[in-house]
Design a protein around this ligand. Structure first.
Ligand SMILES: Cc1ncc(COP(=O)(O)O)c(C=O)c1O
Length: 379
């Protein structure tokens, strides 16, 4: 059997082990310990205008952002349909209603035109949405300037789900900073990982310390346990933060390596008829968390499922693009606005192995699986 090629493997080539050992030696393995605040400080410095609260997942970061915006029972929250379920699940934790919106072709993220139509439609029904969740899918920044103009016009706050976009830039600014709240994930397959982890970011210092308070069971700063509010056990632990700090130190290198993987695929696939990659729009820097391709079966003679199976036979991990949430059985009863952009991306797309440590041999092996799918000889 060939050695396995993973879709997105974590790489620990910095101070991860040393930091874990330090945390163990000091006995700080839970939600206190200096790595948590150091991790937050380093991140805030990089973001320049924003503060950060480190939590135990991107999902809890979205949940806390929605709570802070006062979302509750029966409220409507607009959410990009083409995303992982975690973008929308926290809406339902609060008894609120997700309203799904289709993507546009340039970035595969929420379509500003359909977004505005959706807002007008909901307002005409007497249900003005209370928040908008945008996503920077696969690390590609959404059209933030257009989205923020709409957010301002209708006075509806944005939560930017930048779970996949750590290190990506939009017009020179870090993804995550464009809404009232931004969210990162440091799950095991992300560009930097803390094992499991996430962060809420905001330019509002008070909101960030409130998020920290809510993430630690809303415990008051007293010598006994005093609580005025319902809190959550969402804080990042010190072991995770130690790993995160070490990963963070290598963030730029990790992003550059993922971008080099994308560039290598682009070069190797350039003459493959019917296969296309998503290019960066002007003034956008994508972290290329995952390299994705679209397959036009009329030109290739094979589709994404044929390719997935062929990869599987060769012990190569691949994955379809996210199945849009409006098509998910669990969300079928919720409103959807748009056409078939996100569904056709799902039907045509596949994520290729994109780990930062892919070798030239791995890439050659992956691309040869693709080329062998063609029934005709490639030029
Ligand atoms: C777009 C998106 N949003 C949210 C999440 C949730 O992050 P986590 O897995 O850390 O809860 C993820 C990642 O898994 C994601 O890809």
């Amino acid at each position: 059997m060939n050695t396995q090629v993973l879709l997105s493997a974590p790489v620990f080539d910095g101070k991860e082990q040393m930091n874990i050992q330090k945390a163990l030696d000091k006995g700080f393995i839970a939600t206190n310990g200096s790595f948590i605040s150091k991790f937050e400080q380093k991140f805030s410095q990089r973001l320049k205008t924003h503060q950060i609260t480190a939590v135990n997942s991107g999902t809890s970061a979205i949940h806390l952002s929605l709570i802070q915006l006062g979302i509750g029972l029966g409220d409507e929250v607009i959410c990009q349909s083409f995303t992982f379920c975690a973008s929308a699940n926290p809406i339902t934790y609060l008894g609120a209603i997700p309203i799904f919106v289709d993507s546009e072709k340039d970035t595969w993220n929420i379509c500003p035109v359909i977004l505005e139509d959706t807002i007008m439609s909901r307002i005409s029904k007497g249900k003005k949405p209370k928040a908008i969740i945008t996503v920077d899918l696969f690390g590609m920044p959404a059209k933030h300037h257009e989205i923020l103009a709409i957010s301002k016009k209708y006075n509806i706050p944005v939560i930017e789900d930048a779970a996949e976009a750590v290190g990506s830039l939009y017009h020179g600014k870090s993804c995550g900073i464009f809404g009232e709240y931004g969210v990162f994930s440091f799950n095991g397959n992300k560009i930097i990982t803390t094992g499991g982890g996430g962060a809420v970011i905001s330019s509002n210092v008070g909101a960030i310390s409130k998020a920290r308070y809510l993430s630690t069971q809303a415990r008051e700063d007293t010598h006994y346990y005093e609580h005025y509010e319902i809190g959550y056990n969402y804080r990042m632990n010190n072991l995770s933060a130690g790993i995160g700090l070490a990963q963070f130190e290598n963030l730029d290198r990790k992003v550059n390596k993922r971008r080099a993987v994308f560039d290598a695929y682009r070069e190797m696939l350039k003459d493959f008829e019917g296969i296309s990659l998503l290019e960066e729009p002007d003034d956008v820097f994508c972290n290329r968390w995952l390299t994705t391709i679209l397959i036009d079966p009329k030109k290739t003679g094979f589709d994404n499922e044929d390719l997935r199976l062929a990869f599987q036979k060769q012990n190569i991990e691949s994955r379809f693009l996210w199945k849009p949430l409006h098509m998910q059985p669990v969300f079928l009863d919720f409103p959807y606005y748009g056409g078939n952009i996100s569904s056709s991306l799902f039907y045509q797309g596949i994520c290729l192995p994109s780990s930062e440590n892919l070798s030239i041999d791995d890439l050659t092996r992956i691309v040869s699986v693709i080329s062998k799918q063609y029934k005709h000889v490639l030029k």
